[in-house]
Design a protein around this ligand. Structure first.
Ligand code: S3P
Length: 438
């Protein structure tokens, strides 16, 4: 149950220093459970994110007869049931706050012989689902949604699916992945073309499970009927979570922190490019492969940042990092402008509106546009901000508190546990002056 009164209080303090291991990647952890469940054999997952979103995915598959066995702190074995081995759950599948669970499972469950109902919390129940239900219907799926095209979603089982070629109007890994997963159950080939790059964890991980997923530029495809073979998945630390300590260190004078083993998949790593464009001193060392994903140790030192116009092509590559990047922009010299980012309005909250309101509340001048925001760097004083129940808004303002002379109180931060369990002790260990209050 979300505790509405739970808040963070952050005060400006000294520099952030030291090394910290950020929890596992959320996108990769979701996929590890889903694909491990559908595989033949037992998959071992190391570094699994024990955040509420991924636990919701895990519980949903457990409700469909998949045994997930904890073998260590963040390690588990998933006893796969095979492509056609899931069984009808005895209840609705509650996916909490997790859009990734709902959208990917919508594709995967469209191909089952049994029906399911997917529900979520207030935020997830507002998020647009037609982007997956419409193309899935074109493949033959039968999905009922509310008149607004939102959850709860009733997915009817036993519908024959046929492969199709899709030209997406937005770059979205969630939509692409939903279609590829439905494609595994479809006759023929399912092909997805995207207008921009979106994260490619699904293509990489399905390949690790032995599925042939040809990729050519922004086009990928899958032939129906291919089986998955169990494998071992190493989940890197989540770059999206790492962004909060990275930005806090970048803006807090004399900071110098290291974050080992962070995923740096190029379809996801736009934040590092944008921070560098702003003048941040980011270093990647020990770049290596963790299974199908590139990882690196990251080091960042505080430096003077300057405002930039963020190239629209980088937007999908950093889509989850804009709350934190806007905090960096608030501490930069000059103006930062983001355009082509209307997607930010349909995330866990309307992130353009939430960031604009919060930045104004702490003294920063901003201007909202339909598809972006302009931030005039400087002027951070402090105050009280609302997270709008959005984990990334809460963590972004916690990072900003590190340089706010009057401190920042962030309200309704319970959802931080969806993606970053242990956020407060980790940030405190690096030197952020942060406390939780209920
Ligand atoms: C995700 C894809 C992104 C991202 C989300 C996780 C994924 O959404 O915002 O947090 O794991 O596929 P879109 O693909 O809709 O942009």
């Amino acid at each position: 149950m979300t505790q509405k009164t739970h808040s963070f209080r952050v005060r400006a303090g000294g520099p952030l220093r030291g090394s910290a291991t950020v929890p596992g990647d959320k996108s990769i952890s979701h996929r590890a459970v889903m694909f491990g469940a559908l595989a033949d054999g037992t998959t071992t997952v190391e570094g699994f994110l024990q955040g509420e979103d991924c636990l919701a995915t895990r519980r949903a598959f457990e409700a469909m007869g998949v045994v997930c066995e904890d073998i260590a702190d963040a390690a588990m074995r998933i006893h796969g049931v095979g492509l056609h081995g899931l069984s009808a759950p005895g209840c609705d599948l509650d996916l909490g706050n997790s859009g990734t669970s709902m959208r990917l499972m919508c594709g995967l469950l469209s191909g089952q012989s049994f029906s399911t109902t997917l529900s979520g919390d207030a935020s997830l129940s507002r998020r647009p689902m037609r982007r997956v239900t419409d193309p899935l219907s074109q493949m033959g799926a039968r999905i009922d949604a509310t008149d607004e095209g939102t959850a709860p979603l009733r997915i009817h089982g036993g519908q024959p699916l046929s492969g199709r070629a899709f030209q997406l109007s937005i770059a979205s890994a969630q939509v692409k992945s939903a279609l590829l997963l439905a494609g595994l159950y479809a006759d023929g080939t399912t092909r997805v073309d995207e207008p921009g790059i979106s994260r490619d964890h699904t293509e990489r991980m399905l390949t690790s499970f032995g599925v042939d997923v040809p990729v050519q530029g922004r086009r990928c495809s899958v032939r129906g009927g291919q089986r998955l073979t169990a494998t071992r998945i190493e989940v890197p630390a989540d770059l999206s979570s790492a962004t909060f300590p990275l930005v806090a260190a970048a803006i807090t004078p004399q900071s110098d922190i290291s974050l080992p083993n962070v995923g740096v998949n190029p379809s996801r790593a736009g934040v590092l490019k944008i921070l560098e464009m702003m003048g941040a001193q980011v270093e990647l060392t020990n770049v290596r492969a963790a299974g199908a994903e590139p990882v690196a140790d990251l080091r960042i030192r505080a430096s003077a940042l300057h405002g930039v116009d963020i190239p629209p092509a980088l937007v999908p590559l950093a889509i989850d990092e804009f709350p934190a990047l806007l905090v960096a922009a608030a501490c930069a010299q000059g103006r930062t402008r983001i355009t082509g980012a209307a997607e930010l309005r349909v995330k866990e909250s309307d992130r353009i509106a939430a960031m604009a309101a919060g930045l104004q509340a702490v003294g920063v001048t901003v201007e909202e546009q339909a598809d972006g925001i302009t931030v005039q760097g400087g002027g951070v004083t402090g105050g009280v901000v609302e997270s709008h129940d959005d984990h990334r808004i809460a963590m972004a303002f916690a990072a900003l508190g590190s340089v706010a002379p009057d401190g920042i109180e962030i309200r309704d931060v319970a959802n931080v546990r969806t993606s970053f369990p242990g956020f407060v002790p980790l940030m405190a260990a690096l030197g952020l002056v942060i406390e939780e209050a209920s």
